[in-house]
Design a protein. Structure first.
Length: 288
């Protein structure tokens, strides 16, 4: 079935040019994520790859009629991707817009693309509000906590506006990795936004020596981007972050979903309704 690996015509690219992958299922949410990302990137020399993941139907059979119908369906999706690539090139002629279709499941495909393309970031459009994440399948939720590159989630109703204030929900129990620091610094430098680092403590337990040491390390690592630091003590993490977002007019939130930490748990089906309080902004997940 060689037809299943046909790709859109791509512009010339080099391995030296950074790449951003945007998943594209042709929905309004995906189109909004494409526009948001292209406007965010501006004039930067970055490849934008629109990635369509074609999932085989559950009731697929290998007889000739089924194969013909499957090919027709695949071709329709490929034509849709070609159209989106051309539309995006026309709207953003200064950017190198690429297109690619891959057959497979979401997580396995994204992991393969991370290994092959080595993107700087993956962008997904969120269908509906964050409170509806519990309705998504487990693969999509797992992508928020398991992929090895930053993942940006853009709500369908959030159009791009220049970013002026970035919030970073920081947990001093774990020290920042160098790649997390580098990405944060790039984001702040690129947007010229102010960085607001907030640590939410859910209990009144005394701060440990490790937390004090990690806090000092964070201050040192981020010193050249001159962030402002805040501490909140509240067992209701999302509510306290939502209040902080409103108080400081944040328009972009960065989190690190450490395994079994607060944000890791929130990005799972039993807790995602809490995220409705953050519906007015994109959320960027930086991974360990």
């Amino acid at each position: 079935m060689r037809w299943m690996y046909r790709k859109t015509t791509q512009l010339k690219t080099t391995h030296m040019t950074p790449t951003i992958i945007i998943t594209n299922d042709f929905s309004e949410s995906a189109h909004n994520a494409i526009d948001y990302t292209c406007k965010l990137i501006g004039d930067s020399q970055i490849n934008i790859q629109l990635l369509h993941i074609y999932t085989m139907p559950v009731n697929y059979t290998s007889d000739a009629v089924a194969l013909s119908s499957l090919k027709d369906d695949y071709d329709i999706n490929q034509d849709n991707l070609d159209h989106d690539v051309e539309r995006t090139r026309e709207k953003y002629p200064h950017l190198n817009i690429l297109g690619k279709t891959v057959v497979g499941g979401l997580i396995e495909t994204l992991r393969d693309q991370i290994d092959e393309v080595k993107p700087e970031i993956i962008v997904m459009g969120a269908v509906g509000d964050y409170e509806n994440l519990w309705m998504w399948d487990s693969e999509l939720l797992n992508s928020l906590t398991s992929l090895a590159v930053p993942l940006l989630l853009v709500p369908a109703h959030v159009a791009f506006t220049p970013i002026t204030n970035i919030g970073f929900a920081c947990d001093y129990r774990t020290v920042l990795a160098s790649r997390q620091v580098s990405f944060l610094k790039w984001l702040v430098g690129h947007t010229k936004a102010g960085l607001h680092v907030v640590h939410v403590s859910t209990t009144k337990l005394e701060v440990t020596a490790v937390e004090k040491e990690n806090e000092a390390i964070v201050h040192d690592l981020l010193d050249d981007v001159k962030p402002q630091y805040y501490g909140i003590e509240n067992p209701h993490v999302i509510e306290s972050i939502a209040s902080f977002v409103k108080e400081h007019n944040l328009d972009f939130l960065v989190v690190i979903p450490h395994s079994h930490g607060v944000w890791y748990n929130i990005f799972h089906q039993s807790h995602t309704k809490q995220l409705a309080k953050l519906n007015n902004m994109p959320i960027l997940a930086l991974h360990d």
